[in-house]
Design a protein around this ligand. Structure first.
Ligand SMILES: NC(=O)c1ccc[n+]([C@@H]2O[C@H](COP(=O)([O-])OP(=O)(O)OC[C@H]3O[C@@H](n4cnc5c(N)ncnc54)[C@H](O)[C@@H]3O)[C@@H](O)[C@H]2O)c1
Length: 294
């Protein structure tokens, strides 16, 4: 075990899978106690079971629900007698569809989890740190996406939520800096986790062609950057957006021929979706024909 963040208490959201799980592993390896939170308590417990060291806990948290977030921080205070001073917002979802086919619920759910969830966790965490006089050398790391900067076909909801996370990080760093709390945001590119399993191999190949390193990233490659941002090694980095993309600096533009039938119902989609949301869950990858790449 090394000691980059030894003795620190860290809370990670979305800790039951992918990047969040890997962050927990790297944090535990670096000497921190980890509170692994997820909507899915079973997978959060699976995460804590694999961590180095003792005293890690798993908690069930729905990040878009204020009561759930506040209850989790109360539970942590009770159990550890101090608030976590490293916070990682990794919980995130996608509900992909073309903008003209996107239902209110698929737009709202993504904003609620990715953007409002990050807001609720940051607000609750900072209040707890201030109340406990534990703000010095604290670090919050939000996870956005390179899509928040570049945009992406079929991800207008996701790109908006992730652009919001970048902007909110900037505002938060200006408000919290005076207390000694740093806030930074990481923008991963295409990382090999369950969230990307719905992307067909053909589309993955097109994305990889656009990455100078010519491969998909590993969750650990994002987690190591987050551990650096959590540690005192990054003590003067604040409000920064750090890309972890293998060098992907421009969008992968795919010519997509959208079959005409997908546009025939445009006038009906938004209002109909509340009654029949399943009609609106068209997978843009399968409903389109990929023609090429520039
Ligand atoms: N994998 C990528 O290519 C990639 C790229 C850029 C950004 N990201 C971002 O990184 C973060 C982690 O993504 P990942 O690839 O590890 O995804 P993942 O699907 O493997 O993990 C996401 C975790 O979040 C949890 N979660 C979902 N909704 C939640 C909610 N409402 N409350 C609490 N937990 C919830 C899920 O249960 C899951 O364990 C996300 O914010 C994602 O948008 C991922």
């Amino acid at each position: 075990m090394s000691s980059l963040i030894a003795g620190k208490l860290a809370l990670v959201t979305g800790a039951g899978s992918g990047i969040g799980r890997e962050v927990c592993r790297v944090f535990a390896r670096e000497g921190a106690k980890v509170v692994a939170t997820d909507l899915n308590i079973k997978t959060a417990m699976e995460t804590t079971a694999t961590l180095e060291g003792k005293g890690h806990v798993a908690l069930n948290v729905e990040v878009s629900d204020r009561k759930s977030v506040e209850a989790a921080f109360e539970q942590v205070l009770k159990q550890f007698s101090k608030p976590p001073t490293i916070i990682v917002n990794s919980a995130g979802i996608t509900r992909d569809n073309f903008l003209v086919k996107l239902s209110d619920s698929n737009f709202g759910d993504v904003i609620d989890v990715n953007l409002k969830g990050t807001f609720l966790v940051m607000q609750t965490a900072v209040k707890a740190m201030i109340a406990a006089n534990a703000t010095e050398n604290s670090s919050i790391i939000n996870i956005s996406s390179i899509i928040g900067k570049l945009g992406n076909i079929g991800q207008s909801n996701y790109s908006a939520s992730k652009a919001g996370v970048i902007a909110m990080t900037r505002s938060a760093c200006m408000e919290f800096g005076q207390f000694g709390i740093r806030v930074n945001v990481v923008l991963p590119g295409f990382i090999d986790t369950p969230i990307t399993t719905t992307v067909p191999d053909k589309v993955k190949e097109l994305f990889i062609k656009n990455v100078p390193l010519r491969r998909i990233g590993k969750p650990q490659e994002v987690a190591e950057v987050i551990a650096f941002l959590a540690s005192d090694k990054s003590s003067y980095i604040n409000g920064a957006s750090i890309e972890v993309t293998g060098g992907r600096l421009r969008p992968t533009i795919i010519f997509i021929i959208i079959p005409r039938e997908h546009f025939r119902t445009i006038g009906r989609t938004t209002s109909d979706s509340a009654d029949s949301p399943s009609r609106d869950t068209v997978d843009p990858w399968s409903s389109s024909r990929i023609e090429g790449l520039i």
